[in-house]
Design a protein around this ligand. Sequence first.
Ligand code: SF4
Length: 246
Amino acid sequence: MLVSEVMLQQTQVSRVVPAYRSFLARYPTLRALARAPLGEVLRAWSGLGYNRRARDLWRSARLHPRSLPRDVAHLDALPGIGAYTAGAVACFAYGARVPFADTNIRRVLGRVLLGRVASDREARDLDAALLQRRNADRWHHALMDLGATICVSRSPRCTACPVATICRARAAGGAIPRATMRPQRAFATSDRRRRGRIIAALANAPAGLTVRTLARRIDRRAVDLVAKLEHEGLLEVRSGRARLPE
Ligand code: SF4
């Protein structure tokens, strides 16, 4: 459950499904993941991007090799885990009646009850109030499915919507406010790609590559990014040669 939630944080479902299967086949238990060297885990993760997620999962497995904590507060304290993932894991894996909100839940609850997309805080408060008398697992799955298939961001299918009669956004005349998404800054996107390329190159080079080689293959920015990745524990540099951690 935690693996799928973490993989889905920034990657499309179609890419996650095969990666999820092969990752779980390789690391079927927390203990198996905890025993593996980080470099091997990063190789298994390679291609999904945002490699810090793999490092954080591995760290969580090392902290809790027998079983993950079950309550939201302790889940929230795991490396790289935020309020949404902690709530989703507590709810879907352990059946806890806890409020949480992802993008779909914010959009559905917000449009139906406020006439606009809700903020994180608003959505969690609305969810907490409505959750009291409901099966938390089915309730959250229903909201997420509605947001993913009918109450979509750009052109919601209001005529097919089961809650259209009580929806404030719909009652307002179909003027559906769009979810505001901040465009990613170009250099941030490029750096993310460069980071992915560095890890992918090292995943295919068991003996590592010199920083100069990486800079030649990618560009000069790779030099700074190697230093950052080393600081984050995602690679090691010795005598000018970078390699995935052992
Ligand atoms: S009626 Fe339209 S805006 Fe309201 S929840 Fe349904 S799909 Fe979304």
